[in-house]
Design a protein around this ligand. Structure first.
Ligand code: ATP
Length: 772
């Protein structure tokens, strides 16, 4: 007899199940939380399948309906709280038949799978076989035709959860940046001891088929050599490695770091193991005191970094939207990210392209393997090559094409400023340009003018900048003052030091400074040189880009702070923290931190604060605490940007909440202040800084041979480099200043993240309509 199925979905749109599968990765919990809550908010029923495909095959208690409260606190937990497993049964058709039956028995008509390429391959197979599985279930009399009829169409959506970042067609997988963070922390620790003892370390990182972690760790930490599967070293790699290490040591470097992906091999596909690299470094040629460190599972562990919490939340929400948009005939999507844009791609194609990378490696078609990874992969590889080795005769420009490039930091320090400078210096030197540090911003530059050689204008050597990849702050010094304070002397100094191209790193002040120099061109011909701004500020408020280096470091500092606040509340229970964030008149930091920590509400300058809003939010807090019933994770966070309101200060809001709570819960306020600038820059800031640093100098050198007037007349000679949507773009300052800048509020007129607020609210249960 056919089994009884659950009652049909009365008034509900769908019954959506979410599962995590394959190796666990930080951020998977964020995806589960977002899927469950978004599904409920959109009028669907949410289910979780425990232990990956194993749960789907076993059914019973492994498939559970989820309530809103069931995923409370998920964002800050590492691993996956709904479990994962490698399931052999699902690899075979009978296992998938049982899984299909279990889904129907629970009335589930859509499945969101968060896992790596194996899990998504399984998902794709399941989807392709689905009609056949339905027929077989009927044929075998396990279900009736009527019972399977509503389930003829299986909706599957993939989320890529993997630390390896091994899926093609997406720039980042959920978990890869957290894992990179763990690796970089470890390498930073090792660095200190290596430096002290002049040792060499060979560090093995995960990545059987994908070198993303190894490569990005190499870029972030300034490693001497990296081995990875997609791009094996040259045939004579032993000599190549020895000569690079020797060269670095002869220039004064005291340590050697070599990073080896676990799947590394030579160009004949012979494995390159850490022991082999160690023997080489310790051998007769180099005689280095060499140690091996295999990082192993620490790379998987711990809490997700800010980016993974944000990515998993945005992608989880998008996965539910994709389920609801699904139509027969439209291929199953996988939710991807390209630069800064969440996009849907064909699951089938992404899986096929990923498999093709492995095949290319097997066929020794390494260039093609690199191409099939995302576009940024090759760019990072090039940035790495340029910033590590020292002599590249093939890159040197002829004498007459070499430039003197001024490098200056303007504004408050931001994580990644040094990494950008390091990359720019390395690129300059590789091409034969002269990199010149203009120390301590514009005041530093002009102070030198009065014939007092204060050393504030200085050529930078490779060794000077070599150790800057992971350093916070600004090694060449930064200052907020603008050139307009003494434009004439600035022009004089540009001429005196023969500055032929200018690379400016900093926030809104840097943007303003370059705008002033550009506008000063009619009066001062020494400003008729190519100039580029690399946005670097915790506030992420520079027009012309959606991402400023330093903002990711800030978000990580902020979530750590909020997690600590929340944890302190868990012992006393029922406490709200109103946390004040930086950001000037831009609510970016507050909003993205809100997404990453699951804030109850975020108050931004763009939206302001009013009494109705506070009233509704206090009601929401009452409701939420009432439902909590002794749950330990009871601390709640409200984020308020520092300029969100002149009237409702952070302290006043906390007092109002406490007063209105009538003893049912507590409220405190907290101001992390400069803590938000972070200490060591995040790997994302370091890597992007390196990539953009190289790109910036490439832009400057492209102007070689142009006359001053040609430069003056071409808007593209003064640009801001940044990420816009799915692309890295160099936007002419002139039009960004005129059409895209809100000068009064010191932020872009259009802010790409505005819709994020709605997602924060949806996932906290805050009613949007009620607050305006
Ligand atoms: P990671 O990147 O961490 O290794 P993954 O998702 O690639 O994650 P796998 O172990 O390859 O991890 O796959 C997870 C599960 O997905 C497997 O245990 C199996 O149940 C299912 N699966 C993988 N490949 C297939 C396949 N070709 N057909 C059916 N199911 C599969």
């Amino acid at each position: 007899m056919a089994p009884t199925l659950p009652a049909p979905l009365e008034g509900k749109k769908r019954r959506i199940a979410i599962m995590t599968s394959g190796g666990d990765s930080p951020g998977m919990n964020g995806a589960v939380r977002a899927c469950v809550r978004m599904a409920i908010a959109k009028g669907c029923e949410a289910y979780c399948v425990y232990e990956g495909y194993e749960g789907l095959v076993q059914g019973g208690d492994m498939i559970k309906p989820m309530k809103w409260e069931d995923v409370r606190g998920f964002l800050s937990e590492g691993g996956t709280l709904i479990g994962t497993a490698r399931c052999m049964a699902f690899m075979e058709r009978p296992g998938r038949l049982t899984a299909a039956k279990n889904m129907i028995m629970n009335g589930i008509d859509a499945l969101i799978i968060c896992g790596g390429d194996g899990s998504l391959t399984g998902a794709d197979k399941f989807r392709a076989e689905w009609p056949g599985l339905m027929e077989e279930l009927v044929q075998k009399k396990q279900l009736t035709v009527e019972q399977v009829a509503p389930f003829r169409q299986l909706n599957i959506v993939g989320l890529v959860g993997s630390i390896d970042n091994d899926l093609s067609m997406t720039d980042a997988t959920i978990g890869c940046y957290s894992s990179l963070q763990r690796i970089c922390e470890s390498v930073d620790y090792i660095d200190a001891t290596a430096q002290s003892h002049q040792r060499a370390f060979v560090i093995e990182v995960m990545g059987r088929h994908c070198g993303w972690l190894a490569l990005m760790a190499g870029v972030s930490t300034g490693a001497d050599y990296v081995f990875m599967p997609e791009k094996p070293p040259p045939e004579n790699w032993e000599e190549d490695l020895a000569s690079i290490v020797k060269k670095h040591r002869s220039l004064g470097k005291r340590k050697t770091i070599v990073i080896v992906a676990e799947g590394a091999h030579d160009c004949n596909l012979q494995p390159i193991k850490v022991s082999k690299v160690k023997d080489l470094l310790a051998g007769d040629k180099l005689k280095l005191d060499t140690r091996i460190t295999t990082l192993g599972h620490v790379q998987r562990g711990g809490q997700a970094c800010a980016y993974d919490r944000m990515l998993s939340t945005l992608q989880g929400a998008e996965a539910v939207n994709a389920v609801l948009d699904a139509e027969p005939g439209i291929p199953s999507p996988v939710i991807c990210i390209v630069e800064n844009k969440i996009v849907r791609r064909s699951l089938l194609e992404a899986v096929a392209q990923t498999k093709e990378v492995a095949k290319c490696i097997e066929r020794k078609e390494f260039d093609k393997a690199m191409q099939l990874r995302d576009a940024e992969f090759t760019e990072y590889y090039n940035a790495y090559k340029i910033t590590t080795s020292t002599e590249k005769p093939e890159m040197l420009l002829p004498e007459e094409k070499r430039m003197r490039v001024g490098i200056i930091h303007v504004g408050a320090p931001a994580g990644g400023m040094n990494a950008a400078t390091r990359a720019a210096v390395a690129y300059c030197l590789a091409r034969g340009h002269t990199p010149i540090a203009l120390h301590n911003g514009f005041p530093g530059l002009i102070r030198h003018h009065d014939d007092k050689p204060l050393g504030s204008v200085r050529e930078i050597s490779w060794l000077d900048a070599e150790s800057w990849a992971s350093k916070g702050g600004s090694e060449i010094g930064t200052n907020r003052s603008l050139p307009s304070e003494d434009l004439e002397t600035v022009a004089f100094c540009f001429k005196k030091y023969n500055i032929q191209g200018l690379f400016v790193v900093g926030g809104f002040e840097a943007f303003t400074a370059v705008s002033e120099l550009r506008q000063g061109r009619p009066h001062y011909s020494s400003f008729k040189i190519p100039m580029i701004v690399l946005p670097a500020t915790v506030s992420n408020n520079v027009p012309g880009t959606e991402y400023s280096i330093g903002s990711d470091t800030c978000l990580n500092a902020l979530i750590q702070y909020c997690d600590a606040c929340r944890q302190s509340a868990s012992s006393s229970r029922r406490r709200v923290f109103v946390v004040e964030t930086q950001g000037g008149y831009s609510g970016y930091i507050a909003t993205v931190a809100g997404l990453s920590i699951g804030a109850v509400a975020v108050y931004t300058p763009e939206e302001g604060i009013n009494i109705k809003m506070l009233d509704k939010d206090i009601d929401l807090l009452r409701e939420t605490f009432a439902k909590d019933r002794g749950q330990s994770r009871a601390g709640k966070i409200i984020l308020r940007n520092e300029k969100a309101s002149d009237c409702y200060t952070t302290e006043i809001i906390a007092n109002m909440i406490r007063n209105e709570a009538n003893g049912r819960f507590e409220a405190r306020y907290a101001v992390p202040g400069h803590f938000q600038q972070g200490t060591t820059p995040s790997p994302m800031d370091r890597c992007r800084a390196a990539r953009f640093g190289v790109r910036s100098i490439q832009h400057l050198e492209g102007w070689f041979g142009k006359t001053k007037d040609e430069i003056d007349n071409d808007p593209a000679s003064t640009v801001v480099i940044g990420i816009r949507g799915a692309q890295v773009k160099l936007s002419p300052m002139e039009s960004v200043e005129r059409f895209e800048t809100d000068w009064k509020a010191r932020r872009p007129k259009e802010e790409f993240w505005k819709d994020y607020n709605e997602i924060v609210d949806t996932l906290s249960g805050r009613k949007r309509g009620a607050i305006s």
